[in-house]
Design a binder for this molecule. Structure first.
Ligand code: SF4
Length: 230
């Protein structure tokens, strides 16, 4: 873990190191186990780098458990993140719990389609939000790890008035940069391994895997995934 907050040069260096590590971990013919291992380590590295940035004076996010205004949005993730989330869930949930989750994601997917087609902005709640907290926290995708705010009051205002696009949430630019470059390292590593590295809507991507785990094998063979793409 870096001793102090990384500067731009260090962030670049960090992401280059991460790219090299991911390429080595994935190899030329990645397996599901190597993808899950690579993404677990990746999330740890991202969290460590973000934590170092947060430690600086004036850069501490106002975010805390049960403050979840930012979880009412569409989440995008690459398929390595979706695969890692699926492995995380399948190691923890019983068959019955997985079936329950499938129903929740199917209902959420119908709501998403309606929201896409609606004339007015709709409130979209992430299906993983349970009792005001993330139920997939350890395996949440990069978009969620990156999301932060220096002012929770502004987040509440944005949530209360979704049609007002003028509202600005104050953020830490270095934090954004760390996330952007680390995500780009994953995309480059997937590209090198000849895997689809596009972004997909997270919950419907995960639903497609829960409904048919064979989707993962198709992705590992370099095919695209038939779901909602960013
Ligand atoms: S995955 Fe978790 S952190 Fe991300 S939007 Fe959903 S509930 Fe929030």
């Amino acid at each position: 873990m870096p001793a102090s907050a990384p500067n731009t040069k260090e962030i670049n260096w960090l992401s280059q190191l991460e790219l090299a590590r991911l390429k080595q971990e994935l190899g030329s013919k990645p397996q599901l186990s190597s993808v899950a291992r690579a993404m677990r380590s990746h999330f740890t590295k991202v969290d460590e780098a973000l934590c170092a940035s947060d430690n600086r004076e004036g850069c501490q996010p106002a975010c805390k458990k049960h403050c979840s205004h930012c979880c009412h949005t569409i989440v995008y993730a690459n398929f390595a993140e979706i695969a890692a989330a699926y492995i995380h869930l399948s190691e923890r949930l019983t068959k019955a719990q997985m079936e329950e989750l499938k129903s929740t994601l199917q209902a959420s997917s119908h709501h998403l389609i309606k929201a896409y087609n609606a004339k007015e902005p709709q409130t979209i709640t992430c299906p993983f939000l349970k009792d005001g907290a993330c139920s997939i926290y350890e395996a949440r995708p990069s978009q969620c790890r990156n999301t932060h705010s220096l002012n929770d009051y502004r987040c509440r205002q944005a949530y209360d008035e979704p049609s007002n696009t003028e509202r600005i949430i104050p953020v830490v630019p270095e934090r954004q940069e760390i996330s952007r470059l680390m995500l780009s390292a994953v995309a480059s590593a997937l590209h090198s391994a000849k895997l689809d590295h596009n972004l997909y809507e997270f919950s419907t991507g995960l639903l497609s895997v829960i409904e048919s785990p064979a989707v993962l094998q198709r992705w590992l063979k370099g095919r695209k995934i038939p779901t909602t793409q960013a």
